[in-house]
Design a protein around this ligand. Sequence first.
Ligand SMILES: *[C@@H]1O[C@H](CO)[C@@H](O)[C@H](O)[C@H]1NC(C)=O
Ligand SMILES: *[C@@H]1O[C@H](CO)[C@@H](O)[C@H](O)[C@H]1NC(C)=O
Ligand SMILES: *[C@@H]1O[C@H](CO)[C@@H](O)[C@H](O)[C@H]1NC(C)=O
Ligand SMILES: *[C@@H]1O[C@H](CO)[C@@H](O)[C@H](O)[C@H]1NC(C)=O
Length: 458
Amino acid sequence: MKGVTPALVLASALLGRTALGVEVNVDDDSSLKQAASTVAYGLMKYYTGNNTGDVPGNLPDPYYWWTAGAMFGTMIDYWFLTEDSTYNDATMQAIVHQGAPSKDFMPLNQTRTEGNDDQGFWAMTAMTAAEYKFPNPPSDQPQYLALAQAVFNQYVKRWDDQDCDGGLRWQIFSFNNGYNYKNSISNGCFFNIAARLARYTGNTTYSDWATKVFEWEQKVGLISDTYDVFDGITIESDKTCKGVNQAQWSYNAGIYLHGAANMYNISGDGTWKQRLDGILKETQARFVKEGVLYEEFCELNKVCNNDQEGFKGFLARWLAQTTRLAPYTTGSITPVLKATAKAAGTACSGSPPTGFKGLAGTACGFSWLNNGAFDGIVGVPSQMDGLAAMIAPLAERGRSPFTEKTGGTSKGNPDAGSGEQKDPRALRPIMGADKVGAGFVTLIFVVRTIGGTAFMVT
Ligand SMILES: *[C@@H]1O[C@H](CO)[C@@H](O)[C@H](O)[C@H]1NC(C)=O
Ligand SMILES: *[C@@H]1O[C@H](CO)[C@@H](O)[C@H](O)[C@H]1NC(C)=O
Ligand SMILES: *[C@@H]1O[C@H](CO)[C@@H](O)[C@H](O)[C@H]1NC(C)=O
Ligand SMILES: *[C@@H]1O[C@H](CO)[C@@H](O)[C@H](O)[C@H]1NC(C)=O
Protein backbone atom coordinates (compact mmCIF):
# COMPACT_ATOMS: atom_id res chain seq x y z
CA MET A 1 0.00 0.00 0.00
CA LYS A 2 1.10 3.52 -0.67
CA GLY A 3 0.27 6.22 1.83
CA VAL A 4 -2.43 8.80 1.60
CA THR A 5 -1.25 11.14 -1.10
CA PRO A 6 -0.37 14.61 0.08
CA ALA A 7 -3.04 15.98 -2.25
CA LEU A 8 -5.66 14.01 -0.39
CA VAL A 9 -4.36 15.18 2.95
CA LEU A 10 -4.35 18.73 1.64
CA ALA A 11 -7.95 18.38 0.53
CA SER A 12 -9.04 17.27 3.96
CA ALA A 13 -7.03 20.10 5.48
CA LEU A 14 -8.96 22.52 3.31
CA LEU A 15 -12.18 21.02 4.57
CA GLY A 16 -11.45 22.61 7.91
CA ARG A 17 -9.86 19.79 9.87
CA THR A 18 -6.75 21.75 10.66
CA ALA A 19 -7.93 23.36 13.86
CA LEU A 20 -8.31 19.92 15.41
CA GLY A 21 -4.87 18.74 14.44
CA VAL A 22 -4.40 15.35 12.82
CA GLU A 23 -7.70 13.62 13.30
CA VAL A 24 -7.25 10.13 14.66
CA ASN A 25 -9.50 7.41 15.98
CA VAL A 26 -7.09 5.30 18.00
CA ASP A 27 -9.30 2.21 17.80
CA ASP A 28 -9.33 2.23 14.02
CA ASP A 29 -6.17 1.08 12.23
CA SER A 30 -6.96 2.87 8.99
CA SER A 31 -7.44 6.13 10.87
CA LEU A 32 -4.12 5.65 12.67
CA LYS A 33 -2.38 4.89 9.37
CA GLN A 34 -3.83 7.94 7.69
CA ALA A 35 -2.81 10.17 10.59
CA ALA A 36 0.66 8.62 10.63
CA SER A 37 1.03 9.27 6.91
CA THR A 38 0.31 12.97 7.41
CA VAL A 39 2.83 13.24 10.24
CA ALA A 40 5.46 11.19 8.36
CA TYR A 41 5.12 13.54 5.40
CA GLY A 42 5.92 16.49 7.66
CA LEU A 43 8.85 14.61 9.19
CA MET A 44 10.47 13.66 5.89
CA LYS A 45 10.17 17.28 4.71
CA TYR A 46 13.00 18.02 7.15
CA TYR A 47 15.21 15.52 5.38
CA THR A 48 17.41 16.95 2.64
CA GLY A 49 20.05 14.19 2.49
CA ASN A 50 18.74 12.80 -0.78
CA ASN A 51 18.84 16.14 -2.60
CA THR A 52 21.54 16.57 -5.23
CA GLY A 53 24.78 17.58 -3.54
CA ASP A 54 23.64 16.69 -0.03
CA VAL A 55 24.78 13.67 1.98
CA PRO A 56 22.36 10.73 2.32
CA GLY A 57 21.70 9.95 5.98
CA ASN A 58 22.40 13.45 7.31
CA LEU A 59 19.83 15.89 8.63
CA PRO A 60 20.46 19.62 8.24
CA ASP A 61 21.72 21.62 11.23
CA PRO A 62 21.00 21.72 14.12
CA TYR A 63 20.28 18.00 14.14
CA TYR A 64 22.99 15.52 14.96
CA TRP A 65 23.94 12.46 12.97
CA TRP A 66 22.54 10.09 15.58
CA THR A 67 19.11 11.77 15.38
CA ALA A 68 19.07 10.95 11.68
CA GLY A 69 19.90 7.33 12.54
CA ALA A 70 16.99 7.26 14.97
CA MET A 71 14.69 8.93 12.45
CA PHE A 72 15.30 6.21 9.86
CA GLY A 73 14.58 3.61 12.53
CA THR A 74 11.25 5.34 13.10
CA MET A 75 10.61 5.29 9.35
CA ILE A 76 11.22 1.52 9.26
CA ASP A 77 8.71 1.08 12.08
CA TYR A 78 6.35 3.30 10.11
CA TRP A 79 6.63 1.11 7.02
CA PHE A 80 6.33 -2.13 9.02
CA LEU A 81 3.19 -1.04 10.85
CA THR A 82 1.42 0.85 8.06
CA GLU A 83 2.78 -0.91 4.95
CA ASP A 84 3.34 2.46 3.33
CA SER A 85 6.59 2.11 1.40
CA THR A 86 6.79 5.74 0.20
CA TYR A 87 9.98 6.45 2.15
CA ASN A 88 11.70 3.07 1.86
CA ASP A 89 14.10 4.06 -0.91
CA ALA A 90 15.31 7.16 0.93
CA THR A 91 15.65 5.10 4.12
CA MET A 92 17.68 2.32 2.53
CA GLN A 93 19.89 4.83 0.74
CA ALA A 94 20.61 6.59 4.05
CA ILE A 95 21.53 3.40 5.92
CA VAL A 96 23.71 2.13 3.10
CA HIS A 97 25.48 5.46 2.64
CA GLN A 98 26.32 5.77 6.34
CA GLY A 99 27.01 2.09 6.86
CA ALA A 100 28.95 1.17 3.74
CA PRO A 101 32.30 3.01 3.90
CA SER A 102 33.42 1.43 7.19
CA LYS A 103 30.80 -1.35 7.40
CA ASP A 104 30.24 -0.50 11.06
CA PHE A 105 28.65 2.98 11.20
CA MET A 106 31.94 4.71 11.84
CA PRO A 107 32.07 6.89 8.71
CA LEU A 108 35.07 9.20 8.59
CA ASN A 109 32.91 12.31 8.56
CA GLN A 110 31.54 11.38 12.00
CA THR A 111 34.21 9.47 13.87
CA ARG A 112 35.99 12.42 15.46
CA THR A 113 32.95 13.20 17.57
CA GLU A 114 31.21 9.84 17.52
CA GLY A 115 30.19 8.23 20.81
CA ASN A 116 29.10 4.65 21.49
CA ASP A 117 25.51 5.84 21.71
CA ASP A 118 25.64 7.63 18.34
CA GLN A 119 26.91 4.49 16.67
CA GLY A 120 24.34 2.45 18.59
CA PHE A 121 21.32 4.35 17.31
CA TRP A 122 22.31 3.59 13.72
CA ALA A 123 23.05 -0.02 14.64
CA MET A 124 19.62 -0.40 16.26
CA THR A 125 18.07 0.96 13.06
CA ALA A 126 19.94 -1.70 11.06
CA MET A 127 18.79 -4.35 13.55
CA THR A 128 15.19 -3.20 13.15
CA ALA A 129 15.56 -3.49 9.39
CA ALA A 130 16.75 -7.10 9.78
CA GLU A 131 13.97 -8.01 12.22
CA TYR A 132 11.26 -6.51 10.03
CA LYS A 133 12.52 -7.87 6.73
CA PHE A 134 12.92 -4.37 5.40
CA PRO A 135 14.04 -4.64 1.73
CA ASN A 136 17.67 -5.76 1.71
CA PRO A 137 20.36 -3.59 0.09
CA PRO A 138 22.12 -4.87 -3.05
CA SER A 139 24.32 -7.86 -2.16
CA ASP A 140 27.58 -5.95 -2.75
CA GLN A 141 26.64 -3.59 0.09
CA PRO A 142 26.86 -4.37 3.82
CA GLN A 143 23.71 -6.09 5.05
CA TYR A 144 21.67 -5.00 8.06
CA LEU A 145 22.42 -7.96 10.29
CA ALA A 146 26.15 -7.75 9.58
CA LEU A 147 26.12 -4.02 10.42
CA ALA A 148 24.53 -4.72 13.81
CA GLN A 149 27.00 -7.55 14.44
CA ALA A 150 29.92 -5.26 13.56
CA VAL A 151 28.85 -2.75 16.19
CA PHE A 152 28.27 -5.53 18.73
CA ASN A 153 31.80 -6.88 18.14
CA GLN A 154 33.28 -3.40 18.59
CA TYR A 155 31.37 -2.90 21.83
CA VAL A 156 32.83 -6.18 23.09
CA LYS A 157 36.32 -4.90 22.32
CA ARG A 158 35.61 -1.57 24.02
CA TRP A 159 34.26 -3.17 27.20
CA ASP A 160 36.50 -1.73 29.88
CA ASP A 161 37.23 -3.83 32.96
CA GLN A 162 39.90 -1.39 34.17
CA ASP A 163 37.41 1.07 35.64
CA CYS A 164 34.10 0.46 37.44
CA ASP A 165 34.59 -3.30 36.94
CA GLY A 166 33.30 -3.12 33.41
CA GLY A 167 30.99 -1.10 31.21
CA LEU A 168 31.35 0.90 28.04
CA ARG A 169 32.53 4.45 28.20
CA TRP A 170 30.28 7.06 26.63
CA GLN A 171 32.96 8.14 24.16
CA ILE A 172 34.95 5.94 21.84
CA PHE A 173 38.03 8.14 21.68
CA SER A 174 39.95 9.54 24.65
CA PHE A 175 40.21 13.05 23.20
CA ASN A 176 36.45 13.60 23.40
CA ASN A 177 34.68 15.08 26.39
CA GLY A 178 32.83 12.35 28.23
CA TYR A 179 35.50 9.68 27.83
CA ASN A 180 35.58 9.43 31.62
CA TYR A 181 31.84 8.84 31.82
CA LYS A 182 30.12 5.48 31.60
CA ASN A 183 26.51 6.05 30.71
CA SER A 184 23.36 4.01 30.61
CA ILE A 185 22.50 4.87 27.04
CA SER A 186 25.79 3.60 25.58
CA ASN A 187 25.56 0.43 27.63
CA GLY A 188 21.86 0.31 26.80
CA CYS A 189 22.68 0.27 23.08
CA PHE A 190 25.06 -2.63 23.74
CA PHE A 191 22.46 -4.48 25.85
CA ASN A 192 19.62 -3.86 23.40
CA ILE A 193 21.60 -4.94 20.34
CA ALA A 194 23.03 -8.00 22.12
CA ALA A 195 19.57 -9.14 23.28
CA ARG A 196 18.11 -8.70 19.81
CA LEU A 197 21.00 -10.48 18.10
CA ALA A 198 20.49 -13.31 20.58
CA ARG A 199 16.83 -13.55 19.66
CA TYR A 200 17.43 -13.16 15.93
CA THR A 201 20.33 -15.61 15.56
CA GLY A 202 19.89 -17.92 18.55
CA ASN A 203 23.63 -17.56 19.30
CA THR A 204 24.19 -17.58 23.07
CA THR A 205 27.33 -15.43 22.85
CA TYR A 206 24.93 -12.51 22.40
CA SER A 207 22.64 -13.41 25.29
CA ASP A 208 25.64 -13.92 27.58
CA TRP A 209 26.77 -10.39 26.81
CA ALA A 210 23.26 -9.00 27.28
CA THR A 211 23.15 -10.55 30.74
CA LYS A 212 26.61 -9.25 31.55
CA VAL A 213 25.76 -5.67 30.57
CA PHE A 214 22.48 -5.64 32.48
CA GLU A 215 24.05 -7.04 35.63
CA TRP A 216 26.94 -4.58 35.41
CA GLU A 217 24.41 -1.72 35.26
CA GLN A 218 22.84 -3.08 38.45
CA LYS A 219 26.13 -3.70 40.21
CA VAL A 220 27.48 -0.23 39.60
CA GLY A 221 24.23 1.38 40.73
CA LEU A 222 22.98 2.63 37.36
CA ILE A 223 19.91 0.39 37.60
CA SER A 224 18.45 0.51 41.09
CA ASP A 225 16.59 -2.15 43.05
CA THR A 226 13.33 -0.53 41.95
CA TYR A 227 14.52 -0.38 38.33
CA ASP A 228 15.19 3.31 38.07
CA VAL A 229 17.70 3.73 35.23
CA PHE A 230 20.12 6.55 36.01
CA ASP A 231 22.07 8.53 33.43
CA GLY A 232 25.68 7.53 34.11
CA ILE A 233 28.68 7.35 36.40
CA THR A 234 32.01 9.19 36.36
CA ILE A 235 35.42 7.51 36.42
CA GLU A 236 37.40 9.54 38.96
CA SER A 237 41.11 10.28 38.56
CA ASP A 238 41.90 7.56 41.13
CA LYS A 239 40.01 5.11 38.87
CA THR A 240 37.17 4.60 41.33
CA CYS A 241 33.66 5.17 40.06
CA LYS A 242 31.23 7.12 42.11
CA GLY A 243 28.79 9.95 41.82
CA VAL A 244 26.01 8.34 39.86
CA ASN A 245 24.27 11.07 37.89
CA GLN A 246 20.69 10.29 38.89
CA ALA A 247 18.97 12.07 36.03
CA GLN A 248 16.40 9.75 34.50
CA TRP A 249 15.46 9.87 30.86
CA SER A 250 12.64 7.98 29.20
CA TYR A 251 14.88 6.50 26.52
CA ASN A 252 17.05 4.80 29.12
CA ALA A 253 14.01 3.10 30.60
CA GLY A 254 12.80 2.19 27.10
CA ILE A 255 16.04 0.75 25.79
CA TYR A 256 16.42 -1.60 28.78
CA LEU A 257 12.72 -2.46 28.77
CA HIS A 258 12.86 -3.56 25.15
CA GLY A 259 16.12 -5.48 25.61
CA ALA A 260 14.65 -7.26 28.63
CA ALA A 261 11.54 -8.10 26.58
CA ASN A 262 13.76 -9.74 23.96
CA MET A 263 15.58 -11.74 26.63
CA TYR A 264 12.26 -12.78 28.16
CA ASN A 265 10.93 -13.73 24.73
CA ILE A 266 13.83 -16.07 24.00
CA SER A 267 13.54 -17.97 27.23
CA GLY A 268 10.31 -17.24 29.11
CA ASP A 269 12.75 -16.89 31.97
CA GLY A 270 11.49 -15.69 35.36
CA THR A 271 14.47 -13.45 36.09
CA TRP A 272 14.00 -11.56 32.85
CA LYS A 273 10.26 -11.32 33.47
CA GLN A 274 10.98 -9.78 36.85
CA ARG A 275 13.35 -7.23 35.27
CA LEU A 276 10.91 -6.47 32.48
CA ASP A 277 8.04 -6.01 34.94
CA GLY A 278 10.20 -3.85 37.18
CA ILE A 279 11.24 -1.48 34.41
CA LEU A 280 7.69 -1.33 33.07
CA LYS A 281 6.30 -0.44 36.48
CA GLU A 282 8.92 2.26 36.93
CA THR A 283 8.24 3.57 33.42
CA GLN A 284 4.52 3.81 34.10
CA ALA A 285 5.17 5.64 37.36
CA ARG A 286 7.78 8.07 36.06
CA PHE A 287 7.15 8.76 32.39
CA VAL A 288 3.34 8.74 32.25
CA LYS A 289 1.31 11.75 33.33
CA GLU A 290 -2.36 12.45 32.59
CA GLY A 291 -2.31 8.97 31.06
CA VAL A 292 0.21 9.89 28.32
CA LEU A 293 3.97 9.64 27.90
CA TYR A 294 6.08 12.61 28.92
CA GLU A 295 9.70 13.49 29.65
CA GLU A 296 9.69 13.94 33.39
CA PHE A 297 13.00 15.70 33.73
CA CYS A 298 12.52 18.67 31.43
CA GLU A 299 9.09 18.75 29.81
CA LEU A 300 7.10 20.71 32.38
CA ASN A 301 9.58 23.58 32.58
CA LYS A 302 10.20 23.45 28.82
CA VAL A 303 13.95 23.00 29.05
CA CYS A 304 14.41 19.84 26.98
CA ASN A 305 17.04 20.21 24.25
CA ASN A 306 16.81 18.74 20.76
CA ASP A 307 18.25 15.41 21.92
CA GLN A 308 15.98 15.10 24.92
CA GLU A 309 12.87 16.07 22.99
CA GLY A 310 13.15 12.87 20.97
CA PHE A 311 13.47 10.43 23.86
CA LYS A 312 9.81 9.71 24.59
CA GLY A 313 9.17 8.83 20.94
CA PHE A 314 11.77 6.06 21.25
CA LEU A 315 10.06 4.96 24.46
CA ALA A 316 6.75 4.74 22.58
CA ARG A 317 8.33 2.54 19.90
CA TRP A 318 10.01 0.28 22.46
CA LEU A 319 6.81 -0.03 24.49
CA ALA A 320 4.90 -0.99 21.35
CA GLN A 321 7.43 -3.69 20.44
CA THR A 322 7.43 -4.97 24.02
CA THR A 323 3.76 -5.91 23.58
CA ARG A 324 4.77 -8.18 20.69
CA LEU A 325 7.65 -9.83 22.53
CA ALA A 326 5.91 -10.21 25.87
CA PRO A 327 2.22 -10.26 24.94
CA TYR A 328 1.16 -10.36 28.60
CA THR A 329 2.22 -6.68 28.89
CA THR A 330 -0.38 -5.55 26.32
CA GLY A 331 -3.08 -4.83 28.89
CA SER A 332 -0.78 -2.50 30.77
CA ILE A 333 0.93 -0.80 27.80
CA THR A 334 -1.73 -0.38 25.14
CA PRO A 335 -4.00 2.03 27.04
CA VAL A 336 -1.05 4.40 27.48
CA LEU A 337 -0.13 4.13 23.80
CA LYS A 338 -3.70 4.83 22.72
CA ALA A 339 -4.10 7.83 25.02
CA THR A 340 -0.74 9.10 23.79
CA ALA A 341 -1.73 8.73 20.14
CA LYS A 342 -4.96 10.60 20.79
CA ALA A 343 -3.17 13.48 22.50
CA ALA A 344 -0.51 13.51 19.79
CA GLY A 345 -3.26 13.89 17.20
CA THR A 346 -4.31 17.09 18.92
CA ALA A 347 -0.72 18.22 19.44
CA CYS A 348 0.05 17.84 15.73
CA SER A 349 -1.96 20.92 14.84
CA GLY A 350 0.56 23.69 14.33
CA SER A 351 1.09 26.04 11.40
CA PRO A 352 4.33 27.75 12.40
CA PRO A 353 5.53 30.44 9.98
CA THR A 354 8.99 28.85 9.93
CA GLY A 355 10.59 25.57 10.95
CA PHE A 356 8.06 23.27 9.31
CA LYS A 357 7.43 22.38 5.67
CA GLY A 358 4.68 19.81 6.02
CA LEU A 359 1.00 20.55 5.57
CA ALA A 360 -0.39 23.57 7.38
CA GLY A 361 -2.10 22.60 10.60
CA THR A 362 -0.16 19.36 11.06
CA ALA A 363 3.11 20.41 12.73
CA CYS A 364 3.54 18.42 15.93
CA GLY A 365 4.15 20.23 19.19
CA PHE A 366 6.34 18.52 21.75
CA SER A 367 4.13 18.01 24.81
CA TRP A 368 1.17 15.66 24.85
CA LEU A 369 -0.05 16.94 28.21
CA ASN A 370 -3.03 19.30 28.52
CA ASN A 371 -4.93 17.01 26.14
CA GLY A 372 -2.28 17.70 23.53
CA ALA A 373 -2.67 21.50 23.33
CA PHE A 374 -0.13 22.67 20.71
CA ASP A 375 2.91 24.09 22.55
CA GLY A 376 4.72 25.55 19.55
CA ILE A 377 7.87 23.43 20.03
CA VAL A 378 8.33 22.06 16.52
CA GLY A 379 11.22 20.33 14.78
CA VAL A 380 12.49 16.87 13.92
CA PRO A 381 12.22 15.51 17.50
CA SER A 382 8.62 16.67 18.05
CA GLN A 383 7.57 15.42 14.62
CA MET A 384 9.36 12.09 15.13
CA ASP A 385 7.68 11.71 18.54
CA GLY A 386 4.31 12.44 16.94
CA LEU A 387 4.91 9.78 14.31
CA ALA A 388 6.04 7.23 16.91
CA ALA A 389 2.89 7.97 18.91
CA MET A 390 0.59 7.49 15.88
CA ILE A 391 2.04 4.13 14.85
CA ALA A 392 2.50 2.63 18.32
CA PRO A 393 -1.12 1.41 18.81
CA LEU A 394 -0.87 -0.43 15.48
CA ALA A 395 1.57 -2.90 17.06
CA GLU A 396 -1.29 -4.52 18.97
CA ARG A 397 -2.59 -6.12 15.80
CA GLY A 398 0.70 -5.89 13.91
CA ARG A 399 3.27 -8.46 12.89
CA SER A 400 6.02 -9.62 15.22
CA PRO A 401 9.72 -9.14 14.53
CA PHE A 402 11.24 -12.03 12.59
CA THR A 403 14.23 -14.18 13.42
CA GLU A 404 16.52 -16.27 11.24
CA LYS A 405 14.27 -19.25 11.97
CA THR A 406 10.97 -17.51 11.27
CA GLY A 407 11.82 -16.04 7.90
CA GLY A 408 14.36 -13.24 8.47
CA THR A 409 16.52 -12.87 5.37
CA SER A 410 19.24 -10.39 6.29
CA LYS A 411 22.69 -11.86 5.78
CA GLY A 412 24.98 -11.76 8.78
CA ASN A 413 28.69 -11.90 9.39
CA PRO A 414 29.62 -12.88 12.96
CA ASP A 415 33.15 -11.51 12.43
CA ALA A 416 32.11 -8.12 11.08
CA GLY A 417 33.69 -5.03 12.62
CA SER A 418 36.77 -6.81 13.87
CA GLY A 419 39.27 -4.64 12.00
CA GLU A 420 41.59 -2.30 13.85
CA GLN A 421 39.97 0.94 15.06
CA LYS A 422 42.20 3.80 13.94
CA ASP A 423 42.47 7.15 15.62
CA PRO A 424 40.41 9.37 13.35
CA ARG A 425 42.79 12.28 13.88
CA ALA A 426 45.48 10.34 12.09
CA LEU A 427 43.24 9.58 9.15
CA ARG A 428 42.06 13.01 8.33
CA PRO A 429 43.27 16.53 9.02
CA ILE A 430 41.14 18.42 11.52
CA MET A 431 38.65 20.45 9.53
CA GLY A 432 36.60 23.42 10.58
CA ALA A 433 33.50 21.28 10.80
CA ASP A 434 35.21 18.88 13.18
CA LYS A 435 36.10 21.67 15.54
CA VAL A 436 32.51 22.77 15.57
CA GLY A 437 31.46 19.15 16.10
CA ALA A 438 33.73 18.74 19.09
CA GLY A 439 32.30 21.92 20.57
CA PHE A 440 28.83 20.47 20.17
CA VAL A 441 29.91 17.38 22.03
CA THR A 442 31.05 19.46 24.97
CA LEU A 443 27.72 21.19 24.88
CA ILE A 444 25.72 17.96 24.96
CA PHE A 445 27.88 16.70 27.77
CA VAL A 446 27.15 19.77 29.82
CA VAL A 447 23.45 19.57 29.20
CA ARG A 448 23.16 15.81 29.66
CA THR A 449 25.11 15.59 32.85
CA ILE A 450 25.71 18.89 34.56
CA GLY A 451 22.76 20.70 33.03
CA GLY A 452 20.47 17.96 34.29
CA THR A 453 21.49 18.65 37.83
CA ALA A 454 21.21 22.38 37.26
CA PHE A 455 17.50 22.03 36.45
CA MET A 456 17.04 20.41 39.82
CA VAL A 457 18.85 23.18 41.60
CA THR A 458 17.04 26.03 39.94
C1 LIG B 1 13.90 12.48 -1.22
O1 LIG B 1 13.03 11.63 -0.48
C2 LIG B 1 11.73 12.17 -0.29
C3 LIG B 1 10.99 11.24 0.59
O2 LIG B 1 11.05 9.94 0.12
C4 LIG B 1 11.05 12.35 -1.66
O3 LIG B 1 9.80 12.94 -1.50
C5 LIG B 1 11.91 13.24 -2.53
O4 LIG B 1 11.38 13.31 -3.81
C6 LIG B 1 13.35 12.69 -2.60
N1 LIG B 1 14.19 13.65 -3.31
C7 LIG B 1 15.01 13.28 -4.28
C8 LIG B 1 15.82 14.37 -4.88
O5 LIG B 1 15.12 12.12 -4.64
C1 LIG C 1 31.42 12.69 3.92
O1 LIG C 1 31.43 14.05 3.50
C2 LIG C 1 31.63 14.20 2.09
C3 LIG C 1 31.72 15.71 1.84
O2 LIG C 1 30.57 16.35 2.28
C4 LIG C 1 30.48 13.56 1.32
O3 LIG C 1 30.68 13.65 -0.05
C5 LIG C 1 30.38 12.08 1.72
O4 LIG C 1 29.25 11.51 1.12
C6 LIG C 1 30.28 11.94 3.22
N1 LIG C 1 30.30 10.52 3.57
C7 LIG C 1 29.39 9.98 4.37
C8 LIG C 1 29.54 8.52 4.65
O5 LIG C 1 28.48 10.60 4.89
C1 LIG D 1 7.77 -14.26 21.81
O1 LIG D 1 7.28 -13.51 20.72
C2 LIG D 1 6.38 -14.23 19.89
C3 LIG D 1 6.06 -13.34 18.70
O2 LIG D 1 5.37 -12.20 19.07
C4 LIG D 1 5.15 -14.60 20.71
O3 LIG D 1 4.25 -15.32 19.91
C5 LIG D 1 5.58 -15.43 21.91
O4 LIG D 1 4.46 -15.70 22.71
C6 LIG D 1 6.61 -14.67 22.72
N1 LIG D 1 7.14 -15.50 23.79
C7 LIG D 1 6.82 -15.29 25.08
C8 LIG D 1 7.54 -16.15 26.06
O5 LIG D 1 6.02 -14.47 25.45
C1 LIG E 1 28.28 -16.79 17.85
O1 LIG E 1 28.70 -15.44 17.86
C2 LIG E 1 30.08 -15.29 18.18
C3 LIG E 1 30.35 -13.78 18.30
O2 LIG E 1 30.17 -13.16 17.08
C4 LIG E 1 30.92 -15.96 17.12
O3 LIG E 1 32.30 -15.84 17.45
C5 LIG E 1 30.54 -17.43 17.03
O4 LIG E 1 31.22 -18.03 15.95
C6 LIG E 1 29.05 -17.58 16.82
N1 LIG E 1 28.68 -18.96 16.89
C7 LIG E 1 27.97 -19.55 15.95
C8 LIG E 1 27.64 -21.02 16.18
O5 LIG E 1 27.59 -18.98 14.94
